[in-house]
Design a protein around this ligand. Structure first.
Ligand code: ZN
Length: 67
């Protein structure tokens, strides 16, 4: 698994900015047809210490699990 180089945490996240377009919705405002456009991704962040980098291997290293 990937582990943070700084704190050893194995959870990471990335945020993004985008547009959710409703092409068609029903009477209850539930989208029937929609389209997602992701415009911009953020860096990757470690969930715990918030170490950041543009690629996962910048902030984490692969550790083989022994089981
Ligand atoms: Zn970390």
């Amino acid at each position: 698994m990937w582990k943070c180089k700084k704190c050893g945490c194995n959870r990471f996240f990335q945020t993004f900015r985008g547009i959710f377009s409703i092409l068609k919705a029903d009477k209850n405002q539930e989208p029937i047809e929609s389209h997602n456009d992701i415009l911009k991704y953020s860096k990757f962040y470690c969930d715990k210490c918030k170490k950041s980098g543009w690629t996962l291997d910048e902030i984490a290293e692969w550790v083989e699990e022994d089981d």
